[in-house]
Design a protein around this ligand. Structure first.
Ligand SMILES: [Zn+2]
Length: 261
């Protein structure tokens, strides 16, 4: 079974019956999907999809307050997503946000690496471009050191700083990472196999910090973009000869524990 730790959905644009979509996912072995959207959308989606779709609230981190974080958690969100900061993630002006989340005992999801231009939630304009460098895994590493009690998931494995994503996720106890979205899927299986099993020898410290995720945009009840990621992860597992127990950990176990499912 799988828990997809990262999907998107515009509640007003989804076509078809949510119930049919949930059934289709369960037939494909997907027991839950964590949706990453602003709070208002999260609330609508949880009405539509029920327990199948717990949520992670995206906040605008340059204007949000610790109370905004508490409000999202009070409303039932399982964690907070940080993205598109005007300053590096490690900047002290964000520490009050991380401290609040740590105090509430809820995990942080950080977008790491490349972000498409003029991204909806970023507040980006031509005069104030997003700095992808602010979102490098090594920025998250500082947060992980400063807040060792905060559990962190680095979305997208730091693309294109995959080496940094690898280093930070296996060396920091409180940091996990996933291969969702972006272009991780366009790197060769041999590339990933070499990170998780260098020269063919399993590097367990790295693989145990991986989570399954797709970053799929859900648009219709009869479309299942998650399948592409089930195949992608499966090809990596096969290439490194991963045991059933560790497949289970990556596919659902890590996410279930981190988000308290
Ligand atoms: Zn995403």
């Amino acid at each position: 079974m799988y828990i997809d730790n990262h999907v998107h959905c515009e509640p007003d644009e989804f076509r078809g019956e949510p119930k049919a979509f949930v059934e289709g996912c369960r037939e494909r072995g997907v027991e839950r999907m964590l949706v990453v959207e602003p709070l208002a959308s999260c609330l609508k989606l949880s009405k539509m999809f029920g327990d199948f779709m717990p949520s992670i609230a995206v906040i605008r981190m340059d204007t949000a307050s610790p109370q905004d974080i508490a409000d999202c958690i009070d409303a039932g969100c399982l964690g907070i997503k940080f993205i598109a900061s005007q300053h590096p993630y490690a900047d002290e002006r964000y520490w009050r946000l991380y401290a609040k989340l740590a105090e509430l005992g809820k995990p942080a999801v950080f977008h790491t690496g490349y972000l498409a231009p003029l991204y909806d939630w970023s507040g980006e304009s031509p005069e104030h471009p997003v700095w992808t460098e602010h979102m490098r895994p090594m920025q998250v590493e500082v947060v992980a050191r400063r807040f060792p009690e905060l559990e962190i998931v680095m979305a997208h494995y730091g693309n294109p700083w995959f080496e940094e994503g690898w280093k930070v996720s296996w060396s920091k106890e409180n940091v996990y990472a996933d291969l969702c979205g972006g272009t991780a899927i366009h790197r060769s299986i041999r590339f990933w196999a070499d990170l998780f099993a260098p020269d063919g020898e399993l590097f367990e410290d790295a693989i145990v910090k991986l989570c399954f995720g797709s970053d799929a945009h859900l648009r219709a009840a009869d479309q299942f973009p998650v399948e592409e990621y089930i195949r992608f992860y499966g090809r990596i597992y096969d290439a490194i000869g991963l045991s059933p127990a560790l497949r289970e950990l990556v596919n659902r176990g890590n996410t279930a524990r981190i988000f308290g499912l």
